[in-house]
Design a protein around this ligand. Structure first.
Ligand SMILES: [Fe+2]
Length: 405
């Protein structure tokens, strides 16, 4: 497989960023192409020079307002110069970053890294939430603001795949190959060794509207030259197969009495213990429920989400009761999954997991399949249960009133 950087040059005019989910981020690639051909595989670069392209998502003025008015805590801001972090205590008062000192640092060559910007800037929150709902890949958006002539980080790799969107200004990126493909977080300590073995594959100028995708492990560095640079990085942060297998292996091991025995050392050592451990290991591997472990990870991801809840308060305060004829529809931006097992059904939806007895299955299937329905049309439920069930679907925000904006 060639490690070369694929360069895509969409023909202008570029127009505006289409704000409609993951497709819009990887355009002109499709989400389908991205996940089958690039994710965890190879990088690409969409070259644009289109100031204002991402205006609907973020602008320099948005960041100015953000830095000037928000109370930023230590987990939300980093100031970095030449690969070294400034201590938060040195530019904060009462646990809140001081805007004047942040600007002074920026003016004198430091990069400002705004972590989890998706939690604070509604358009980013909405886009990220839609992307997660579409792909079931946990994501995070950080913004990087660099002054002219600055290098924030030294050559490094990231341990999650990243999509970089250039918002404003320009930055030169040095892209190297991936001497250790798909490094795990725990291999970060080997970074120095591997970075020394990376070969440069390209050098690119990110201008407004450009998008760079780097699978984890591709070594890179960047610098702002004669103008500032503002970009957003979307990190795609899924657990690896090893993470899930090891988690399930630990759970299954602790269920086995031989595994819970002490490994005796010295004079009390048991020469047969290694063989017994091997037998226990076989039993444990046999008993591991990997599908169950994957489902648990999936559920806990959905449970952990906090998507934007615009309209929730208005729905509660302004609601008229629903009746059997109220038109409801599946929310387009809901991230959900229905898990069926012997005990019944679990419906995981944006921050919640609801457990139902098996009898509700037909109604859930109907909602998911038809997307629009009235409580009265739900199959498999008693007259009153249709309303109760519909109310709980509204409350967990799997559905909304069809006439809602
Ligand atoms: Fe990076």
């Amino acid at each position: 497989m060639s490690n070369a950087l694929e360069i895509i040059e969409p023909q202008g005019p570029h127009g505006q960023f289409r704000f409609d989910g993951f497709d819009s981020m990887v355009h002109p690639k499709t989400t389908e192409e991205f996940y089958s051909q690039y994710w965890e595989q190879r990088p690409f670069f969409v070259r644009r020079d289109a100031p204002g392209y991402f205006d609907s998502l973020l602008t320099l003025a948005d960041v100015d307002r953000y830095l000037g008015t928000k109370a930023l805590h230590a987990s939300e801001i980093r100031i970095v110069k030449g690969g070294v972090d400034k201590r938060f205590e040195d530019y904060s008062k009462d646990g809140i970053a001081d805007a004047a000192q942040m600007m002074a640092a920026f003016r004198t060559g430091s990069m400002l890294l705004l972590s989890h910007m998706n939690r604070h800037h509604p358009p980013l929150a909405e886009l990220l939430s839609r992307c997660e709902a579409q792909t079931h890949v946990p994501m995070r958006a950080n913004a990087y603001l660099s002054p002219p002539g600055s290098t924030g980080f030294k050559l490094h790799w990231d341990t999650h795949d990243v999509l970089v969107l250039q918002i404003s200004g320009a930055k030169k990126w040095h892209i190297y190959d991936n001497p250790l493909p798909l490094p795990h977080e725990e291999q970060m300590s080997e970074l120095k060794h591997w970075v020394g073995q990376a070969n440069k594959i390209d050098e690119i100028a990110m201008r407004p509207g450009s998008v760079l995708f780097l699978p984890r492990g591709y070594v890179h560095g960047a610098e702002a030259e004669d103008e500032h640079s503002l970009h957003i990085t979307f990190g795609l942060r899924s657990l690896t197969v090893a993470d899930i297998v090891l988690r399930e292996f630990r759970r299954a091991s602790l269920e086995d009495e031989d595994m819970r025995k002490v490994a005796r050392l010295g004079d009390y050592a048991d020469p047969a213990s290694a063989e017994r451990a091997r037998q226990a290991l076989r039993r444990v591997i046999e008993s591991m429920d990997l599908q169950g472990a994957i489902d648990e990870v999936h559920k806990s991801f959905i449970r952990s989400r906090q998507p934007p809840r615009l309209g929730a308060l208005l729905e509660i305060t302004g609601q008229s009761a629903i009746d059997h004829a109220t038109e409801l529809r599946l929310r387009e931006d809901a991230l959900y999954k229905v898990f069926k097992n012997a005990d019944g059904i679990s419906l995981a939806v944006d921050g919640t997991v609801l457990n139902f007895p098996g009898g509700i299955e037909t109604a859930i299937d109907y909602v998911v399949e038809h997307k629009r329905f009235t409580p009265g049309s739900l199959p498999g439920l008693e007259h009153e249960s249709k309303l109760l069930f519909s109310r709980s679907m509204l409350d967990c925000r799997l559905v909304e009133r069809a006439q809602a904006a």
